[in-house]
Write a protein of this length. Structure first.
Length: 432
């Protein structure tokens, strides 16, 4: 490399450097310098690119119905083996009940935070920002004429006092209608544009000028009403197979929901299950899934709408009622959604035409995934269905091909030995 920095090397030069430095094998080299559907040029949006990490399955969940629209196929990208199967299964039950009703908050804003410090009097600073609001909004909107041209733009400014261990601060929130963009670049640029004027009118010092990923002004809601008879199921409990009535299943689901609402340890796992679907769709559609995670896991602790849980399930004599509420900031223009060919293909397959529609689909899918998980947990346990899919992975690791996989999986499950060494034994016996 001599005096050149790694980032200044071409991709081929970076790969060659890694080969020499780490004595990479030919099998290692086959993993580098390949860019699949993304392509080498598009991969350059990430610095120091040497390849694409492509171990996620790109699969299609079936039969989601939201606001009367059926999404025959819904792309998801995830490494966990049971998520897409569970999604399709739950979608099938919920579609028989008419599907989900979903909506987004109105208004629906992203916002940035401007942190004002070194203040002599925080009250005077707050008054000054409020008095200057109209002019600050003009400055912000001048920064993004394209957003203004499609009907978006900065809409409001809120100001609050924040005591900290480094003294009193004033935090200004700039609310922006980002339309079909996720909006991070827009709100950050607008915050930077108005920061000098805020310093001038407050005689303070602005440090941070950045969006908040706790997007509680950009909420998405979904709900479903399921007749109990649709929930009746056969379940293997212990060594015995039982037929559970819809009443029994619905009651178990509500009890599980009450657990998550009251206990943050259980809620963390339940909310993770919801995000299994939300994140898988986010990845397939080129969304910032880390931002979605940050907002989703913060929201229950602040809103307390359903205790610690993002969702709630309740029953009456005839029905099981489910609902979910969470921040969901997504976009279909700009960012990776506009760069990654698979993200574009996902929108084409699903027929999604706007950011609000994508948010409603994602959150509805999250609630369906939640139903699938707690239904399994409250009846035969999560491992029964999950372990067959896990066994497929073990069989593949042991060297099973398309012709051998089902035989090896059946044998491992039959004998209760879901291990790679036993899979290898079954394969060896088959070939003898």
């Amino acid at each position: 490399m001599a005096d050149r920095k790694f980032r200044d090397l071409s991709i081929n030069e970076r790969v060659a450097h890694l080969k020499e430095k780490y004595s990479l094998l030919p099998s290692d080299m086959m993993l580098l310098g390949k860019f699949g559907t993304l392509g080498q040029e598009r991969s350059l949006y990430s610095e120091n690119a040497v390849g694409v990490y492509d171990n996620l399955t790109y699969g299609l969940a079936e039969g989601l119905v939201v606001n009367g629209k059926e999404y025959e196929f819904l792309p998801m990208a995830i490494e966990e083996p049971s998520v897409i199967a569970a999604q399709s299964n739950a979608n099938k039950t919920i579609s028989k009940a008419g599907g989900f009703k979903a909506s987004v908050s109105d208004p629906s804003y992203m916002f940035s935070q401007i942190q004002v410090t070194n203040l002599n009097d925080y009250g005077t600073a707050i008054d000054a920002i409020r008095a200057e609001k109209d002019n600050l909004l003009k400055i912000a909107n001048a920064k993004d004429p394209k957003l203004i041209s499609v009907g978006g733009g900065a809409r409001d400014i809120d100001v609050r006092h924040l005591p900290t261990r480094r003294g009193d601060m004033v935090i200004a929130h700039l609310y922006v209608d980002t339309k079909d963009a996720m909006g991070a670049n827009a709100v950050n640029s607008m915050a930077e544009a108005i920061a000098p004027r805020i310093e001038e009118i407050t005689n303070g010092k602005v440090y941070l000028k950045i969006l908040s990923n706790f997007a509680d002004k950009k909420l998405t809601y979904a709900s479903v009403t399921i007749p109990k008879e649709l929930l009746a199921t056969k379940a293997k409990i212990g060594d015995e197979e039982k037929t559970l009535s819809g009443e029994e299943v619905a009651d178990g689901i509500e009890i599980a929901s009450a657990f998550a609402e009251a206990d943050h340890y259980r809620a963390a796992t339940g909310n993770k299950g919801i995000m299994n679907a939300v994140d898988a769709i986010a990845v397939a559609f080129g969304q910032d899934w880390r931002a979605l995670e940050a907002g989703a896991h913060e929201y229950p602790y602040i809103s307390k709408r359903y205790g610690y849980s993002l969702s709630e399930w309740r029953t009456d004599k005839e029905f099981l009622y489910g609902k979910i509420e969470m921040p969901c900031s997504v976009g279909i223009v700009g960012g990776a959604a506009a760069v990654n060919p698979l993200a574009k293909l996902s929108r084409k397959i699903a027929g999604i035409e706007s950011a609000p529609e994508l948010a409603q689909v994602m959150v509805s899918a999250g609630l369906a995934q939640n139903l699938a998980a707690i239904k399994a947990l409250s009846t035969e346990g999560i491992q029964h269905g999950h372990m067959r899919l896990h066994a497929r992975n073990i069989a593949i690791q042991a060297g099973a091909t398309d012709f051998d996989i089902d035989m090896v999986v059946d044998g491992m499950i039959r004998d209760g030995k879901i291990r790679q060494d036993y899979a290898e034994t079954l394969l060896k016996d088959r070939k003898q």
